[in-house]
Design a binder for this molecule. Structure first.
Ligand code: CP
Length: 317
């Protein structure tokens, strides 16, 4: 366990195994506060600004729910492109230079890869990347990893299947980077041809000593899987509607497919689901995607508490 010393959280790629374990352990410690069974208010007097250029249900609301539970306050811009001065042409730099005066920490969702890093370079307050285009979604990954640890009891020695539009999905990029820090993790990337995970991520996975295979066959890949992570085809990232139509509906995970494997897999999805995850999986014993959304509150609480340097002394961390 090793406390990260970064001012901001802009990606998973810079976090070590020890850093990730620290954040997940802190998330577990904060659970009594989130549940209302502890009177601690570590973020009393602090203000979070959620500033989102893209739509969101889970990420924005779980950040806000966590901040209220920790005793802090929230200001929020849910649709920045339409209802903030971004609509009048204000740049990201000027927006950050403005909103840093109104808050102590910013959760930023943006449509461009690298936006969170750019914001971090000019901001006086910590920036948390709440998703930057098709690049990274580090808070999603940390809640995914907390979910996997809670469901499987470990983050080592797992066979992880990721399935869907792996070219455009920031959650699977970050999850692959995060899990590659752990021992004896084997990945199977199931995707239509042309929708592969970026080569630099695959190279890093190999460099870190993890094995991976690529496949187009979901049913075959499910056999013996410990974790199955489904993701939707990212319609908003396609310029050509015909290219989207060509792969829309290619994969749909059902309970029947999962039951052909001798192991019960933990099934995760960053949500929202569209066609790739059938409702028959909702009562499969390994279904974890709604517990996953709950874990988002814990992880985002941990990140804000850590970055604002307000970890309660009684936690001894
Ligand atoms: N998983 C996720 O990022 O969901 P939202 O887009 O609803 O925040």
């Amino acid at each position: 366990m090793e406390r990260p010393t970064y001012k901001s959280i802009t990606g998973i790629k810079n976090l070590s195994r020890g850093n990730i374990e620290y954040i997940l352990d802190l998330a577990e410690k904060l659970e009594p506060i989130i549940q209302g069974s502890s009177d601690l208010q570590p973020l009393k007097g602090k203000t979070l600004c959620t500033f989102f250029y893209e739509p969101s249900t889970r990420t924005r609301l779980s950040f806000e729910s966590a901040m209220w539970a920790l005793g802090g306050r929230v200001i929020s811009m849910a649709d920045a492109q339409k209802t903030s001065s971004v609509w009048k042409g204000e740049t990201l730099d000027d927006t950050i230079r403005t909103i840093e005066n109104y808050c102590n920490i910013i959760a930023l969702r943006h449509f461009e890869a690298g936006a969170a890093e750019a914001a971090d370079r000019i901001s006086r307050v910590p920036i948390i990347n709440a998703g930057d285009g098709p690049n990274e979604h580090p808070t999603q990954t940390l809640l995914d990893m907390l979910t996997i640890r809670r469901e499987k009891g470990t983050l080592d020695d797992l066979r992880v299947v990721l399935c869907g539009d792996l070219k455009h999905t920031r959650s699977t990029n970050s999850l692959t980077l995060g899990m590659s820090n752990f021992r004896n993790v084997e990945f199977t990337f199931v995707r239509p041809k042309g929708f592969e995970t970026s080569q630099w991520i695959l190279d890093l996975v190999k460099e870190r000593g993890c094995r991976y295979t690529e496949s187009e066959d979901l049913q075959e890949s499910l056999i013996g899987a410990d974790v199955v992570y489904m993701c939707r085809i990212q319609k908003e990232r396609f310029d050509d509607p015909a290219a989207f139509d060509a792969i829309d509906g290619k994969y749909c995970l059902t309970r029947e497919m999962l039951e052909k494997s001798p192991k019960t897999a933990a099934v995760l999805h960053h949500l929202p689901r569209v066609k790739e995850l059938d409702v028959s999986v909702d009562d499969y014993p390994g279904c974890a995607y709604f517990r996953q959304t709950y874990n988002g509150v814990l992880v985002r609480a941990a990140l804000m508490t850590m970055l604002l340097d307000k970890v309660p002394a009684e936690y001894g961390m």
